[in-house]
Design a protein around this ligand. Structure first.
Ligand code: GLY
Length: 558
């Protein structure tokens, strides 16, 4: 029922059907916010390329989708150009210089529950502005100013409060939240803005104006950097002007795998997404699913077992590559390793996730993904985040943006791992200037050097599994982009030893059969909020689809 109301509201506000497949031949933008998708499309129509449209969309999401769109967070971009060159940009947040592996522990060396996700101390040095700026410098076409202008207009002239934003406004107002977050959606009488009213953000427009005029220095130097330092000092944070000056987005080689003749390009560490997804696809390829019906007991059991193994490997080996130079990535994504991983899967019974080993329960669920393609076939896949919904909720009123709480993605208590979700393995412990391990999995699938699928999702640790299953549905089960996005998803992350599944999409018989095999099943309303584009090369058509779990999202083409 709620879902129905949401859709009607969005449609009446935006005059568009945002969720069914959308077809075009000149360009396509799919994001978690239809207005932001429109901004991207306008840039393409003006002659911008997919990088330009991505930058404009990212800044627009920072205004219209503040629960995850951001300039106070970080993320990753995967880019395949029209000559088949693939690269990635890592703009993951970085631990401040004053951070340490014990910063969230009490005097007994125990984690102070929740501390790594709360307050200004939980903020990593933001990377988004540096990442978008680097992408523009290297691959953009239109002037930088033109790409931020629409977001500034949106912030100045206001965004219409969608059903989602209006419900957030009430929830935020009525619960215990940082002052800045509570002040976000208030009208002149101090009451939560209502559905359909106009929400203006002049302070954010001002900060964006400085970025427009000064490039990344508008954020990392000058008055914005000074105010960040002042605010942090006053509110128990540790980010300084020096941290901001030292922050650099990094262009990295993409991670490459294959699946039955298709090339899979995704993000290398500090995201774990690419490694884990390619490892899982390799195992599935070895398993040969030709005679395994989608959604059957056999399919779900095998998929869960594959996830269990990939997540154990993730926890054991992965972290910031600049601090973990000996990560065995080539091995983890090799076909040989997949064979070995498959060989100990028992199709009759669930394995044991030994609680003395690896895993992690916590998921930051409010990240956002968008996919873009232009008329020349340049393709961009971006996932960026504040970590949790509205990040730390902290922010300076005069700057108008929210700081992430991404420090919570580090392993918070060295050496301590338990079945409830704490993990203490070395590769992802906090160190000054280190980047916290991510699960973001922006992905481009290609055939003969041309993109066939651009995909990604929010969802914390579930991201890896939802993107993996979407790629599998598309390549192995020949589903359309929309079907692949909507198809039933499961999630297993080694620890806790639970098999999550999308409620109402798995039959009671299958649930019973899986339980008999030893799985501990738990339903979730949905897993992932995928934003994807498939490319029908033969007909020269781009097909976009946004997940129905995204009430404000939409695919727009031209
Ligand atoms: N904060 C979510 C992620 O990076 O995976």
């Amino acid at each position: 029922m709620i879902k129905h109301i949401t859709l009607v509201a969005v449609i009446s506000l935006c005059c568009a059907n945002s969720h069914s497949q959308t077809y075009s031949s000149n360009g396509m933008v799919v994001s978690d916010n239809l207005e932001a998708s429109k901004v991207g499309i306008e840039i393409l129509k003006k002659g911008g390329n997919a990088i330009d449209a991505s930058i404009a969309t990212a800044f627009a999401l920072a205004v219209a989708h503040p629960q995850a769109g951001n300039i106070g967070g970080g993320g990753f971009m995967v880019y395949m150009d029209d000559s088949s060159r693939v690269t990635t940009i890592d703009f993951r947040e970085m631990a401040p210089v004053k951070a340490s592996s014990t910063m969230f522990l009490d005097e007994n060396g125990e984690l102070i529950k929740g501390k790594n996700h709360v307050g200004a101390l939980s903020a990593g040095v933001p990377g988004t502005v540096a990442g978008l700026y680097l992408a523009h410098q290297k691959y953009g076409k239109l002037p930088w100013e033109d790409l931020i202008a629409p977001a500034i207009d949106m912030a100045n002239n206001g965004v219409s409060m969608s059903y989602t934003l209006a419900s957030h406004a009430i929830k935020i107002h009525n619960s215990d939240n940082p002052e800045f977050l509570k002040s976000l959606y208030l009208d002149s009488l101090g009451m939560p803005l209502k559905f359909g009213s106009i929400w203006k953000q002049p302070e954010l427009a001002n900060t964006l104006g400085l970025i427009r005029d000064n490039g990344k220095d508008g954020f990392y130097k000058g008055s914005v950097a000074e105010e960040i330092e002042r605010y942090m000092l006053e509110n128990g944070g540790i980010i300084t002007k020096d941290d901001l000056i030292q922050y650099k987005a990094i262009e990295r080689k993409p991670l490459k795998g294959t699946y039955k003749g298709y090339e899979i390009f995704s993000m290398a560490p500090p995201s774990s997404g690419g490694v884990a997804m390619i490892e899982m696809l390799n195992i599935m390829e070895q398993a040969n699913l030709e005679h395994t019906p989608f959604n059957s007991t056999e399919y779900v059991h095998l998929t869960a077992e594959v996830m269990r193994r990939a997540f154990a490997d993730r926890a054991q080996y992965l972290g910031d590559p600049d601090y973990n130079i000996d990560m065995p990535i080539d091995k983890l994504i090799s076909k040989e390793f997949a064979k070995n991983r498959l060989s100990n899967i028992d199709m009759e019974k669930a394995s044991i996730s030994d609680s003395s080993l690896f895993g992690q329960i916590y998921d930051g669920t409010n990240t956002t993904h968008f996919s873009v393609i232009d008329k020349d076939g340049n393709a961009v896949s971006v996932t960026y985040t504040l970590e949790q919904s509205y990040g730390s909720g902290m922010g300076s009123k005069s700057l108008g943006f929210i700081f992430n709480n991404e420090m919570g993605d580090f392993n918070p208590q060295p050496g301590y791992t338990n079945s409830e979700g704490l993990i203490g393995t070395n590769p992802n412990l906090i160190e000054p200037k280190k980047r916290m391990l991510s699960s973001m999995t922006p992905t481009i699938v290609a055939k003969d050097g041309k993109p066939v699928l651009i995909i990604g999702s929010p969802g914390g640790r579930t991201i890896i599994n939802t993107v993996f299953q979407t790629v599998l549905c598309f390549l192995e089960y020949n589903m359309s982009i929309e079907e692949s996005i909507e198809a039933m998803k499961i999630h297993h992350q080694w620890l806790p030893n639970k098999l999550f599944f999308e409620e109402n999409k798995l039959s009671p018989d299958t649930i019973e059969a899986l339980t008999l095999k030893g799985h501990d099943l738990q339903g979730r309303r949905y897993l992932g909020r995928l934003m994807g584009i498939s490319i029908d090369k033969e007909n020269g058509v781009y097909i976009g689809a946004s997940d129905t779990s995204s009430p404000d999202g939409g695919a727009i083409g031209y």
